[in-house]
Ligand binder design. Structure first.
Ligand SMILES: Cc1cc2nc3c(=O)[nH]c(=O)nc-3n(C[C@H](O)[C@H](O)[C@H](O)COP(=O)(O)OP(=O)(O)OC[C@H]3O[C@@H](n4cnc5c(N)ncnc54)[C@H](O)[C@@H]3O)c2cc1C
Ligand code: FES
Length: 244
């Protein structure tokens, strides 16, 4: 997989610690739910950082990120025209072709970005797409998601916007043929358990610390009932059944 050196097109703040960076891209296709290893530094950090694709255009990609440490802080400091290196697209992506009917997409916090292109694809395929977004207090990208769904539901833990509480409190999984989720582990476990009990197909996007991002170092291994899997290469999307 070749490294792709490109330029920053824009880098905008969406919420207090949430940003969207847009970069140039070749015309190579990118699947819903795939991610890139990203680097915009020389010797400050040894490793690239995995970030999911938020939006894709013919010659550009957008990535939504939360500033949590040195790598994402260096991303935040990038200006229009600065160089950035992408490695990808990596991972399997959500299995949009394997589901049909009423589909729920459930995202929490900065787990929401890979659901945007996924929703677009599912809508184009003729499905009903209901999006559930959960936030602590501050909401972001809601207008973007509004454009790519049949129904949009919001919950905030503080009740500042939408329903008060967790997003898992307001979804009835039995209304759906399949569910895709990405976000905090506790949220995804709860959804996976509900889907498993009610026999609803469910896929999770697993987050692990990554080294190479291309299947070579095994840093990102996760345990499934089919054995150890590399989150970067065999995932990051796994069927929930693989964890029961
Ligand atoms: C497949 C995949 C897709 C991702 N997509 C996005 C995305 O779209 N937007 C986004 O904001 N973040 C995403 N992440 C998480 C992102 O990679 C990390 O936040 C980032 O690498 C942190 O780098 P840093 O140098 O800023 O922080 P570091 O200094 O490396 O870490 C800061 C803190 O974040 C924690 N952390 C770092 N990496 C991870 C990780 N992979 N999983 C859980 N905790 C971690 C560390 O334990 C530490 O507490 C994704 C991760 C994976 C594996
Ligand atoms: S990060 Fe190296 S194998 Fe997944």
């Amino acid at each position: 997989m070749p490294y792709f050196k490109t330029e920053v097109i824009s880098n905008q703040q969406l919420a207090s610690d949430i940003f969207v960076i847009k970069t140039g891209w070749s015309e190579q296709s990118v699947g819903a739910g795939q991610f890139f290893m990203i680097k915009a530094w020389k010797n400050e950090l040894p490793l690239m950082r995995p970030i999911s694709v938020f939006k894709k255009e013919k010659h550009a990609l957008s990535f939504m990120y939360r500033v949590v440490g040195k790598g994402t802080e260096l991303l935040r400091q990038l200006k229009v025209g600065d160089e950035i290196t992408l490695l990808g697209p990596s991972g399997n992506g959500f299995p949009c072709g394997e589901v049909s009917g009423k589909i729920a997409l459930v995202g929490g916090g900065v787990g929401i970005p890979p659901l945007y292109e996924t929703a677009k694809t599912l809508l184009i395929n003729g499905n009903q797409v209901d999006i559930y977004l959960g936030f602590k207090e501050e909401i972001f990208a809601v207008e973007d998601f509004q454009q790519v769904c049949t129904n949009l539901y919001i919950a905030t833990e503080t009740g500042a916007y939408g329903a008060a509480g967790f997003i898992t409190d307001i979804i009835d999984v039995t209304k759906y043929d399949a569910l895709f989720t990405c976000g905090p582990e506790a949220m995804m476990i709860k959804l996976a358990e509900q889907c498993y009990e009610k026999n609803v197909k469910c896929w999770l996007s697993i987050e692990k610390r990554m080294g190479c991002g291309i299947g070579a170092c095994l840093v990102c291994n996760c345990k499934t009932n089919k054995g150890m899997m590399r989150t970067c290469k065999d995932g990051p999307i796994f069927s929930a059944e693989m964890f029961f």
